[in-house]
Design a protein around this ligand. Sequence first.
Ligand code: ADP
Ligand code: ASP
Ligand code: MG
Length: 814
Amino acid sequence: MKVLKFGGTSVANASNISLVKNIVANTNTNKTIVVVSAFGGVTDLLLNAAHLASKQSEGYKSILKEIEDRHLETAKELIHVNAQSKVLSKVKSELNTLETLLEGAFLIGEITPRLSDKIVSYGELLSSYIISEYFAQEGLKAGYLDSRELIKTNDVNGKATVNFDLTNANCANFLDKDEHQVIVMGGFIASSESGNSTTLGRGGSDYTAAIIAAAINAEFLEIWTDVSGMYTANPKLVKQAKAIPHISYEEAMELSHFGAKVLYPPTIQPVLAKGISIVIKNTFEPENAGTLITKNKNEKGKTVRGISHVENIALLSLEGPGMVGIPGTSKRFFEVLSQSEISVVLITQASSEHSICVGISADDIDKATEVVNAAFEYEIERGKIKPVIAEKELAIIALVGDNMKSHQGLSGKMFSTLGKNNVNLRVIAQGASERNISAVIKKEDVKKALNALHEEFFEENIKQLNLFVMGVGNVGSKFLNQVYQQKKFLKENLKLNIRVIGMSNSRTMVFEENGISLKNWEEALAGGQKADKVEFMKMVNELNYRNSIFVDNTASEEVSKTYNTYLGNSISVVTCNKIACSSAYENYQELKSLARTYNAPFLFETNVGAGLPIIDTLKHLIASGDKILKIQAVLSGSLNFVFNNFNDKTTFHDVVKQAQQEGYTEPDPKIDLSGVDVMRKILILARESGNQLEITDIANKPFLPQESLDTDNNEDFFATLIKNEDDFQAMYKEANDANSKLKYVAQFEDGKASVGLQAIPKGHDFYNLEGSDNIVLFYTERYPNQPMIIKGAGAGADVTASGIFADIIRIGNF
Ligand code: ADP
Ligand code: ASP
Ligand code: MG
């Protein structure tokens, strides 16, 4: 004998029910009890109709009509025309009774729990009847059974308690007499000894099936649903979740207690007592193995088996000096909750005994507040205990596993993962069985927390980085192409899964929750909405992904002013835009401190030397205790390009133009030629070396004539270069005559920084610097005479893009 239970989605319509029939027909056993839920969504419709009727709203009628149509249409689709009249007339007669009950509630303007149970029972009554008739027609030797005849409960409506003695005896009796091979019955519904309809709680069809399985000593209990088993986390929220092949009763119970809806929590108890195995399978993918639930099964001593969560939680805290050392306070607290039928999902008690705090369903919070305040009225009036504090909009998240007790460090790992992702923990609790560690967090953080924990505990350290890219011009587009090309390598070798969730240029922006396809991102962006920096930021916050990184590929001051908000929301920032780090020292400091406080890296390696690891090296030198004595550098790829190509056979204007066209200069080349760009870079290096410097502290003797510096647009600027060609040629000649080359040099020593054009003689480290290369000499306490030298391509979209990419990978390894 086997018991098979099919949930709401499995029986939602005629075509699903035909799949159910195939599964039942292929079941290999002498007798099958099939327990079915109401057609998917019908229980909600019934409850909604009952609610509206009790509020005397005519709205209940249209819902009733929907319920009628669903059942009549499904019956017509399943049952052959010549046999329809019997089935339809029975269905119609039941629907008529339902209508009368709803009318009653409407007329009185009230609904009792008993009437509500009666109304809601029609979902399972109708589904089981229609399905049994269909099975019989299809050649299964099937009979119908009204579950209320077998399952007996007390008279508490809404969630009745089963009388196992009576129920088990009824089941044994029934089996003795019944000769069908397949018996179809409704889940969830039962009746009291006095004959009234009762129900077993929402999701209770699983429980019905378990009660029957235990009563008849079934070989197996199969729960057929719309997912392929019990997953490592709710698959609707965690895409990477996987079905758990084999799990113990206790683990399954714990996961379902903490919200794994796939199994109604009380289901395990009856079958556990009899040692009957449960298998959870997918009606729509019956070939999948699903999850097997048996005694003490723990694969290879795994610790965390699943992560579950309960939304809609509230915390109720009672505290006050009057609780210390007074026995019985907790007892009274829990007693009053239990008398009001409020179940406690999670308990914590401060070791000072100064307070008790419990997690309950948010639906119960008003009632709970009222009854607890009433119970402690005497103490509250005398100031010994404070009125209860209620907090809403919370959720519980729990790690579950039998073997967690023998492992240290799991809670540390859990809390640091949540901390890194800026998920605040309101309460932490560990089950006495040490089979769970649970935490109360804000409801809005659930998805992020689940995914971050899942990644930490189940995904073989694959870490997902979620990028929000602003600016897709020269550098940005190269960067996106690099990510596209390296995606597979990073996943396989560095265990990093990089997705671009949002991107924007100055015209449009686009978001794609599962990642924008990088193969044709241009198309996606073109079809996006109007760009807006504030809206972009709001969206990044709202999406609330773990490991979010904002990537700024612009040169915009406005964008640089948004970093503090990103960092303050634990969103890392990677930027090639130098404006923020070279702005007021106070601002630079604030950004660094936000990054530390909110655990969100702020990386800007490309601010100096494009992709060269200059800032990173500096950081490592300092972190390992070295001190910077002097920095000498050629930091402008653009100026190096210009002075390497400029001679008496070219004009200064043409060389600058070429540099601009080849992407070696800032969009506004004056920023490079005036030395401002180099000032920013040496300022950043000085600051990163631990010095408090402002841009105005840097000495800059410009080589450009004043009239070039005074222009305010590119066209005028270039015109002045033509006009002053003779001066530029004279500069070149003077250096050339002295066997020197012109280099734009930045220097920092003794707290002072300067930038300017210098004639560099043969033999100097800078003399042979080619093309757009950069060079930095770090003189430090460890490298006092022979400096540490970093040299290489220091400008260009490709190398800058790869520097940004490197920063992102650094965050991935953070
Ligand atoms: P049925 O109607 O078949 O009883 P339910 O909706 O009650 O189905 O339960 C199945 C649903 O449980 C899944 O669709 C999924 O959304 C949810 N669920 C939550 N947590 C888990 C989990 N850990 N594993 C599988 N499903 C889960
Ligand atoms: N139909 C009931 C509900 O939706 C019972 C069940 O499906 O398990 O809660
Ligand atoms: Mg269910």
